[in-house]
Design a protein around this ligand. Structure first.
Ligand code: SF4
Length: 356
């Protein structure tokens, strides 16, 4: 069996795994045991485990080198820890040699994993190291699931008994540009019989892919939505986020209104504060006007440094003033806790290169 025709056992969701077993004549009743081993326990060595004979025989026949199926087990190339020990960035190598980054972030009492959805990114945001490097390919569902399994394994070692409770899709790539694979991965990750991260603790972050936002609403996806806005006029935004030329600010806000109406859910708007570019009181007032009537929470993020962008973060007073204007307009508005700046694992700093 050639490498390319092998399929990952981490790609399918529960129903898909059931179909795989059924197609090979194994009673679908065995799906639960296989699913539990893969997702609940995170086993990467099915051969060393004991299953009921029909499933055991199928595994011997079908899983492994030269057989029909493989397990997604990206190789850890490098792990970097922040000085405070709370953030760990993993550089992971996929089967075709591409490298991606996954970040495990510890906050008081909770742990969050930030995963990549693409190798590289096609969106080209000017302040983002991943965008500066261009697009390579979409990740398969199994490659997304495997990042969560890796982070959970590490968490089990450093903080036994702690559960990985939160997932954000804010690593490399634009999740709504890889919609099907991302949705398939998320249903596996949220499955209560598997990894079991509750849907309300999963946040999809988009730079503004309008059709994807509308699709999330139409399909009633139960996840949180975060929209990276960064500009309060079309020109201001398009200078930072080139994809705004394809989906202009007006249509993005319209899509958010529609999303809110259909889903009844709050939208989180991400705003990277860049000195002199998008941090003036006028911009804050314009932003408040733009979001009027939307159930919105605004997350302010001081710009993280990347080599390829000359902008600098706003100073503290300017940032606070910006926040006050939004609060006064009635919007919840918070500064995102910064994590992992010293290991280049903050937002927009992921690149997938060997050095950080
Ligand atoms: S910020 Fe997100 S969408 Fe923009 S280039 Fe970076 S990874 Fe892509």
């Amino acid at each position: 069996m050639s490498h390319s025709t092998q399929r990952s056992l981490h790609d399918p969701d529960f129903a898909g795994l059931r179909e795989i077993l059924a197609a090979d004549g194994v009673n679908p009743w065995h799906t639960r045991a296989l699913w539990g081993a893969l997702h609940r326990e995170g086993s990467l060595d099915l051969a060393s485990r004991t299953f009921l004979p029909p499933l055991q025989r199928w595994i011997e026949r079908s899983v492994g080198e030269g057989k029909a199926y493989f397990l997604d087990a990206p190789e850890l190339v490098e792990e970097i820890r922040s000085d405070d020990g709370l953030t760990r960035k993993f550089l992971l190598r996929l089967r075709d040699g591409q490298t991606i980054e996954t970040v495990l972030m510890g906050y008081a009492g909770r742990h969050t994993v930030c995963v990549s959805t693409q190798a590289g990114c096609a969106m080209g945001c000017v302040f983002c190291a991943t965008g500066q490097g261009g697009f390579v390919r979409h990740l398969r569902p199994g490659e997304i699931v495997a990042q969560v399994l890796h982070a959970r394994r590490v968490l089990g070692e450093i903080a036994p008994g702690r559960r990985l409770r939160n997932l954000v899709l804010m690593g490399m790539g634009e999740p709504l540009h890889n919609y099907e694979s991302v949705m398939q991965a998320l249903s596996s990750i949220a499955d209560p019989g598997g990894i079991s991260i509750g849907p309300s603790r999963i946040a999809i972050s988009t730079v503004g892919v309008v059709p994807g936002i509308l699709r999330l609403a139409e399909e009633k996806r139960p996840y949180k939505l975060a929209v990276s806005l960064h500009g309060s006029t079309q020109d201001e935004r398009a200078a930072l986020v080139p994809v705004a030329k394809r989906w202009p600010l007006e249509s993005l806000i319209e899509a958010c209104r529609e999303y809110g109406k259909i889903s009844g859910k709050r939208i989180f708007f991400e705003w990277t504060l860049i000195a002199g570019k998008n941090d003036s009181p006028e911009t804050a007032s314009r932003l408040a006007g733009l979001l009027a009537g939307i159930d919105a929470h605004i997350n302010l993020i001081p710009l993280n440094p990347t080599g390829g962008f000359a902008g600098v973060e706003s100073d503290g007073t300017t940032g606070e003033q910006f926040q006050q204007i939004l609060l006064a307009a009635g919007f919840p508005c918070t500064f995102r806790q910064r994590r992992g700046i010293d290991v280049a694992a903050g937002c927009g700093m992921l690149r997938g290169a060997g050095r950080f």
